[in-house]
Design a binder for this molecule. Structure first.
Ligand SMILES: [Mn+2]
Length: 424
């Protein structure tokens, strides 16, 4: 659904006096507001194609209607988000849910919305119709060679689709593992997985990256073959320079110190990508920043510090993506909230007084260190993020605009109430 720029302009015009007042207040205290705004404008978060429909649990799925019925409509939904917030300029596809029948046309459509293709995602955690071998007992780890080869071939096929679309990375997430003690030989499962990843790695084009995502549990509940960042790092170190670890915020055991994991992976040059979501208990896939915003801030603080230490480009050198599910919210509203939370937290991390923090660390002064961090965390940066959006051509208040324009209602009218998008 195309959004008319003049409607966004009218929305902005009405909010401008109040916005200016708040912006002046925050920028007055900043040494380099212009630099922060430029970084905020550059920062783009990829939206996965499977996040546009209502998500479900094993208990049910309650569609809100108007869900995209095709890859083209998924692209249109992300184009809509990007038109409103100017920070969702990439799409991450999942094969086989999003096989492009005409890659050139799909690429051209995405370009019309200002979108590029982020990481391609393979799927060896579900059986597809007509598939010769089942992944019930794993894919790359499987005890049978023919199952492993089927999984390898699928990943290579995903790379080929990605090449046609201009993507430059493959995310491999393996649900492989075991549900019961004794079910699996851990070393053999690791070796099989490594061999399979090596074959996939060999098929990567020269400028591509491979991301190996880890997860502590689910769907397997006793062991996972890429269960934590150590295991992922082991694989990616053995694979080579194009292989990186991908951190999904929800894929840790409770209370894991994710900011420390991020710092060490960055130090080793092995952090490649990031999946944002939030959780209370496990892999809850809730809206980013809705449960533990301070943890997200501490993670971003390490990301900014670690990327600066390696002279990395914040916007382009890591893959940023939302990986969440929306059970009770309108997916598009949830995604607007998530992107907003990411940018607010990134802005807060950019405000951290690094010199003061280093001094506090050198002086063994935990009180001063806490003051530095919490001073940034408690700064209201909403006007700063809104200003970045305004300068990039977006809406000052994307969510308010989405609601006042009754976009979901219009999507239901256009696409129907009963159609359910492909995804989880
Ligand atoms: Mn993920």
């Amino acid at each position: 659904m195309p959004i008319e720029q003049q409607k966004i302009d009218a929305h902005n015009h009405a909010l401008l006096p109040e916005h200016r007042r708040k912006l002046e207040y925050i920028t007055a205290g900043l040494p380099d507001a212009g630099g922060v705004l430029r970084k905020l404008i550059d920062f783009q978060v990829a939206i996965p194609s499977w996040a546009l429909g209502t998500g479900g649990t094993r208990f049910g799925r309650f569609s809100g209607g108007g869900e995209p019925r095709s890859l083209e409509e998924k692209i249109a939904d992300i184009g809509l988000l990007h038109a409103l917030n100017r920070s969702s300029g990439a799409i991450s596809l999942h094969i086989p849910w999003d096989i492009p029948t005409d890659a050139a046309a799909v690429k051209a459509l995405a370009a019309q919305f200002g979108l590029r293709f982020d990481a391609m995602n393979s799927n060896t955690f579900q059986d597809q119709p007509g598939q010769p071998y089942s992944y019930k007992y794993g894919s790359l780890q499987h005890v049978r060679k023919e199952v492993r080869h089927q999984a390898i071939d699928h990943n290579i096929e995903v790379i080929r689709y990605g090449e046609e679309l201009g993507s430059t990375s493959l995310t491999v997430w393996l649900a492989d593992g075991s549900c019961f003690p004794g079910q699996l030989n851990f070393r053999q499962a690791f070796q099989h997985t490594l061999e399979g990843l090596k074959e996939i790695y060999a098929a990567l084009p020269a400028d591509w990256k491979m991301f190996v995502e880890y997860k502590a549990f689910e769907p397997n509940f006793y062991s996972t073959t890429v269960g934590d960042w150590g295991q992922s790092l082991l694989y990616t170190s053995k694979l080579g320079p194009k292989a990186y670890t991908l951190v999904d915020l929800g894929h840790h055991l409770p209370n894991a110190n994710i900011e420390q994991i991020v710092a060490l992976l960055l130090m080793e040059g092995k952090l490649g990508g990031f999946h944002f979501n939030d959780s209370k208990y496990g892999d809850d896939d809730l809206t980013v920043g809705s449960i533990k915003p301070y943890q997200l801030f501490l993670i971003f603080n390490e990301l900014v510090e670690g990327m600066d230490a390696r002279h990395m480009d914040h916007a382009h050198d890591l893959g940023w993506m939302i990986d969440a599910s929306h059970n009770v919210k309108d997916p598009l509203e949830d995604l607007l909230q998530s992107v907003e939370a990411i940018l607010l937290t990134y802005a807060q991390a950019l405000l951290v007084d690094r010199q003061k923090l280093v001094s506090a660390q050198q002086d063994n002064d935990p009180v001063a260190a806490q003051e530095v961090l919490q001073n940034s965390f408690r700064t209201d940066v909403r006007a700063l993020v809104a200003e970045a959006r305004l300068r990039a051509g977006g809406a000052l208040d994307p969510l308010a605009f989405y609601r006042s324009e009754q976009i979901r209602k219009r999507l239901i009218k256009e696409r129907g109430a009963g159609k359910v998008a492909t995804g989880l």
